[in-house]
Design a protein around this ligand. Structure first.
Ligand code: SF4
Length: 277
């Protein structure tokens, strides 16, 4: 007779099987040029084969992560939320977008080309939150385009998502000049937009991309290294943190940690969905 532990193991096993069967497409982002392991650094075994290996150490790590996270979720104070339909969410998000696009609440509106509200599925299981638009995003009015956007698309593909399956946005909706770090006053002015977005989207999981996004959303100055170690909560929603794709382009050796982060996140989402069914 199965129990919760067996169920979770099965979910994760199924997921890893899926990853392996889709290795050619899914792992492209991870194995591309420049992502070779750093010499002398202990590395997990490469992903090979077509079935989940029950002795794969990552399977147990993933299983423990999901079990601990579900335990943490159970101990969270209940947050009463309405249960809107996907259409209701889309309508509310479109109305918020119309409000945010002409925003002049901080000086960044003076230098922006576009306000980058965010894009994706209003009923997404996961919302990715980055730092701020860059040059390409500012020009196109879309989040995560350009090189780091392409890498994010590959990361999503590696865990079975297309861009339209998730929602992607940033802490700041307008580009800081020369891509400098957001200033506290800008973050404070823009935070309300993100809060309202997340209240509408109400995803199963939030994934912060990079230190600035994680620190801002969680109201902490802890390092990204520490924040990656465990799950956090925002308004009752589990929050995970991993590296920003732009940082991965500069430091390809971090892709392996990112790969483990996003696999754990996907396993958690699958376990949460199973628990709701
Ligand atoms: S960064 Fe945010 S607060 Fe500042 S002008 Fe843009 S939308 Fe408004």
């Amino acid at each position: 007779m199965s129990n919760d532990h067996d169920d979770r193991k099965e979910i994760i096993g199924d997921f890893l099987t899926w990853v392996r069967q889709n290795e050619a497409a899914g792992m492209e982002w991870f194995l591309d040029e420049g992502s070779a392991p750093v010499a002398g650094t202990p590395q997990p075994a490469p992903v090979t084969g077509t079935t989940a290996d029950p002795d794969d150490p990552f399977l147990e790590i993933c299983n423990q992560f999901v079990a601990q996270t579900l335990g943490l979720i159970e101990r969270q104070p209940p947050v009463r939320k309405p249960d809107p339909s996907a259409q209701d969410k889309a309508t509310a998000l479109a109305a918020l977008r119309d409000e945010v696009l002409p925003c002049t609440a901080c000086p960044l509106h003076e230098t922006r080309h576009s306000t980058v509200f965010g894009a994706g599925n209003p009923d997404a299981d996961v919302v990715f939150v980055g730092e701020a638009p860059g040059r390409d995003e500012d020009i196109q009015g879309e989040p995560f385009v350009g090189r780091s956007g392409k890498l994010l698309t590959k990361i999503l593909s590696a865990i079975g998502y297309g861009r339209d399956d998730v929602f992607i946005c940033n802490i700041l909706k307008c580009r800081p000049p020369n891509n400098r770090d957001p200033q506290p006053a800008e973050v404070a002015a823009c935070e309300i937009h993100l809060k309202r977005q997340l209240a509408i989207l109400d995803p199963r999981v939030i994934c912060c991309l990079g230190r600035v996004a994680a620190q801002t959303l969680l109201g902490t100055d802890a390092s990204l290294k520490r924040l990656r170690q465990t799950v956090h909560f925002y308004e009752g929603i589990p929050v995970m943190a991993t590296y920003h794709p732009a940082a991965l382009l500069r430091n390809p050796g971090w892709k392996r940690d990112t790969w483990n982060d996003v696999r754990k996140m996907r396993a958690l989402i699958d376990a949460l969905k199973l628990g709701e069914s």
